[in-house]
Design a protein around this ligand. Structure first.
Ligand code: 2NL
Length: 357
């Protein structure tokens, strides 16, 4: 009985898995198990023999059952421990970087400009980039054979043979947006018109598409004094300085009379621009009082209404404000330019196939 006990306890203790353990249970306590068969022998024994063997076999059965339960629990603990060891997720693993875009400096500057003019009561007007030559030129006092029209390097839309629709162009300025808005809404009006404009010109300082913002204020007694105040307010806010002195130089545009080119006071110190101080002047925009013919073309009575208009390049003032010396920063696919000028949270390997260079 002792060898029997030791042998089965040993098999149970050594069972490497659930299957081996079940084998041991059946071998000892199953229907034809060794211990079960011995219990069946009890019936054939004398009462004295039975009295001795009965309790011993029952005790053995209980002990084996306990050992089986203990071993089963141990195996299941080990199985759980093994799963915990192998089935894990490292939640501290850094995530794969995701490509994050940032606002383009030209878009940012456009928003800055719109916000500053909004504070002075100017709304934002938008319009088509493909314009009829009437809106782009005629309405602006540039008739068909006007020299300024030829000088504009205009992109003309192709026309098929027999197509006699009015000639259309890629707008060369955002003035047509102002004409349309004036026609739709009438006077008084205060708007700016930012957007893309196109001229067939491409060199170090020109791209065939660039960005312009024009402004227009029409009321009963708007003067160039109002223009000067609005522009000085704008430049101080835009360049984030206390005040900016402007200098008006007589000029000529077909759509304004009188016309002025406007410079702002600035200095250049060790290659960096400081606006609002110093003894230099920087040309920043063209402006003037809206020509009576332009008002009339937009359906506004020039005897009742008058006002100023101006136009400036957004790319240019973006470069000045953020110290970007090269137009390629805006147009080159090489994002190093944008990153260099602080505009790119782009140091992400998945961005545009990589910034490795
Ligand atoms: C420049 C000059 C200018 C305007 C644009 C304008 C618009 C209307 C009527 C009259 Cl609807 N004028 N725009 C006026 C003066 C100058 O732009 O050098 N821009 C970069």
């Amino acid at each position: 009985m002792d060898t029997l006990r030791a042998s089965w306890l040993g098999r149970i203790a050594d069972a490497a898995d659930e299957q081996a353990l079940e084998g041991a249970r059946l071998g000892a306590l199953g229907k034809k198990g060794e211990v079960s068969l011995m219990m069946r022998e009890l019936g054939k024994m004398t009462p004295e023999q039975r009295q001795q063997a009965g309790p011993a076999l029952n005790a053995l059965k209980d002990e084996l059952n306990s050992a089986l339960a203990a071993r089963r629990a141990a195996l299941s603990d080990a199985a759980l421990a093994e799963r915990l060891r192998t089935e894990w997720l490292d939640v501290s693993l850094a995530p794969r970087p995701r490509a994050m875009g940032t606002i383009h400096p030209v878009s940012q500057v456009t928003e800055e400009v719109a916000a500053i003019f909004a504070d002075m009561g100017f709304g934002v007007a938008e319009g088509p980039q493909i314009e009829s030559d009437w809106y782009n030129f005629d309405a602006l006092n540039m008739p068909s054979h006007h020299s300024a029209r030829a000088e504009m390097d205009t992109f003309y839309m192709a026309r098929g043979e027999g197509d006699d629709r009015a000639p259309h162009v890629l707008r060369t300025h955002t003035s047509p947006v102002q004409i349309r808005t004036l026609q739709d809404r009438g006077a008084p009006i205060r708007i700016i018109a930012p957007g893309r404009v196109y001229r067939s010109d491409f060199d170090q300082t020109h791209t065939p598409m660039f960005h312009q913002v024009e402004g227009l204020a029409i009321d009963r007694d708007i003067s160039m004094a109002n223009l000067k105040w609005v522009l000085e307010e704008f430049f101080a806010a835009f360049f984030e300085v206390e005040g900016v002195e402007t200098r008006f130089r007589a000029s000529h545009f077909p759509f304004t009379e009188p016309s002025a080119e406007v410079d702002i006071r600035c200095s250049w110190k060790d290659g960096t621009l400081k606006v609002g101080e110093g003894d230099g002047w920087l040309e920043v925009l063209g402006s003037g009082m809206v020509h009576p013919k332009v008002l009339a073309a937009a359906g506004i009575d020039p005897n009742e209404w008058q006002g100023f208009a101006f136009g400036m390049g957004i790319d240019r003032i973006a470069m000045l404000k953020y110290g970007i010396p090269d137009l390629r920063a805006f147009f080159d696919a090489d994002l190093r330019w944008l990153r260099h000028y602080g505009f790119a949270a782009l140091d992400v390997p998945t961005m545009r196939g990589g910034l490795s260079a």
